[in-house]
Design a protein around this ligand. Structure first.
Ligand code: AMP
Ligand code: ZN
Length: 464
């Protein structure tokens, strides 16, 4: 089946079809590296990882670009407050971002360009707009004249006749519903980082970065552009204005926006102070894979309400799957095939794929996994799982992990608390005369080099 994705530009769900051949080009707005990134941002980046992995899973070739915004108002203020050069300041947070990505198992995009290394491309693009009469200068800054571009407002469906056109603005971020001539190039201010260019001394506005870097690596027209829903206006609207204004060609075919992570109904953000970084959660002892699971568990176009209860549920849902996989691995090769579980695994795979084909519906894809776990646990209980059935299920999970990468497929060295849990389960099994399960646990532990000794005080264990 084909992958269909919602397109913000057309407000419909459309099949993803490459503009050229079998290869897709995807641009995603990356982080502004002025601090540690919070888990709201990581909802968006984890969604982009899901999108990336599923495009690869479907067999497309992919060039995925994620920029690093390493110059903007917040960076200049932050570095200034510490008396640090901006490069030193941003490289620390860029490094932290890459480490957090790794902890969350986000695959590296093919290209991660930094804004400060593409000033020439940005200036060239602004000069192109200037030659077309789409810009004007005021106090050393260059602005985009939005009333010269008839299509302005199409992505965000702003009604420019009703909304008063506002004054020009220099700020990187400004309020919704107020279309303004936006800054392309900001005049140098005393004490701030600047570049000497054909546009005069200054620095780029935020929006021009993404137009310049995306077209540098993906061409003037490309397939997919992603970001959080707050970027629709003005950032993405302005990217379209800049790119299409300069090239006269359609910029992006498919716009993909993910909904926010919220806390008690409010967007998680630095300015509201209601945020957690990934590091905060890891310091509290949460498993990064449970965070990943939680971020993926809700369909990307629905808000995700973050709570610690939700974290606990995510952790236990993940544990339920991992326990099942662990039990399944204990099924011996010789156990006779019965096909029931094999059929369930094939059904789960079909449901998993059709859910993801349907606008990346992860909650439905997870439901297919849990249905398999439920059936599988029953069949394991009844000892109706054969070696080939086991392998069919493990095969499905390794495919599901190409997308989710949260499930524990390899057996681990057992941790002490895991050993204690298994011993407790064995004691219970013996009390209920389930000697087969008790023996199974003993041999599982012995395979891992754990030797049990039953004493009057209970069971002791040691590593062989
Ligand atoms: P920024 O570093 O602020 O430019 O944000 C990086 C990405 O995170 C952008 O795609 C934003 O849309 C996204 N983002 C910011 N806050 C949230 C949130 N609370 N939930 C989901 N995505 C967010
Ligand atoms: Zn951007």
């Amino acid at each position: 089946m084909a992958l269909r994705l919602y397109n913000t530009l057309t407000r419909t769900t459309e099949e993803v079809v490459p503009l050229e051949g079998r290869d897709l080009r995807l641009y995603a707005c990356g982080p502004t590296v002025y601090d540690f990134v919070h888990i709201g941002n990581f909802r968006t980046f984890t969604f982009q990882d899901l999108l990336r992995r599923y495009l690869l899973y479907k067999g497309f070739g992919l060039t995925h670009v994620m920029n690093i915004t390493d110059v903007d108002d917040k960076i200049i203020n932050g570095a200034g407050a510490r008396g640090e050069p901006i490069q030193e300041y941003t490289s620390r947070y860029t490094q932290a971002f890459l480490e957090d990505m790794e902890a969350l198992r986000l695959q590296r995009p093919e290209i991660m360009p930094r804004a400060t290394r593409h000033i020439t491309q940005m200036v060239d693009l602004i000069l192109r707009l200037r030659r077309k009469g789409l810009t004007y200068e005021q106090d050393g800054s260059t602005y985009y004249r939005i009333d010269r571009l008839p299509g302005y407002g199409e992505l965000s469906r702003l009604d420019l006749h009703e909304a008063e056109r506002g004054d020009a603005t220099d700020a990187d971020e400004y309020s919704k519903d107020n279309p303004r001539d936006f800054v392309l190039w900001k005049a140098r201010k005393p004490g701030e980082a600047y570049w000497d260019t054909a546009l005069g001394p200054g620095r780029p506005g935020w929006h021009i970065e993404c137009s310049a870097m995306s077209m540098e690596y993906l061409g003037e027209s490309f397939d997919l552009h992603a970001g959080g829903v707050d970027l629709v206006f003005p950032h993405h609207e302005n990217e379209i204005a800049q790119s299409e204004g300069a090239t006269g060609r359609p910029f992006v075919r498919h716009w993909v926006h993910s909904a926010h992570l919220v806390v008690e109904g409010e967007k998680m953000s630095k300015s509201r102070g209601n945020f957690y970084t990934l590091r905060d959660l890891l310091d509290q002892g949460w498993d990064p894979l449970a965070v990943r699971y939680l971020l993926l568990s809700v369909h990307y176009r629905k808000q995700l309400n973050f709570s610690f209860q939700g974290m606990t549920q995510a952790q236990s849902a993940l544990q339920r799957v991992n326990d099942f996989i662990q039990r399944l691995r204990e099924v011996p090769d010789a156990a006779e095939e019965n096909r029931e579980l094999t059929e369930a695994a094939l059904q789960a795979e079909r449901n998993f794929e059709s859910s993801l084909d349907d606008d990346l519906n992860t909650s439905a894809a997870l439901a297919a996994i849990f249905e398999l776990v439920r059936k599988g646990n029953l069949l394991l209980e009844e000892k109706r799982v054969g070696g080939p059935d086991r392998d069919a299920v493990l095969g499905f999970f390794s495919k599901a992990n190409e997308i989710f990468e949260t499930f524990q497929l390899e057996s681990l060295e057992l941790e002490d608390d895991e050993i204690a849990r298994l011993i407790q389960e064995r004691t219970q099994a013996r009390q209920t005369r389930d000697y087969a399960r008790a023996d199974q646990i003993r041999s599982l532990l012995s395979e891992k080099g754990i030797v049990l000794e039953d004493t009057r005080e209970g069971t002791r264990w040691k590593r062989a």
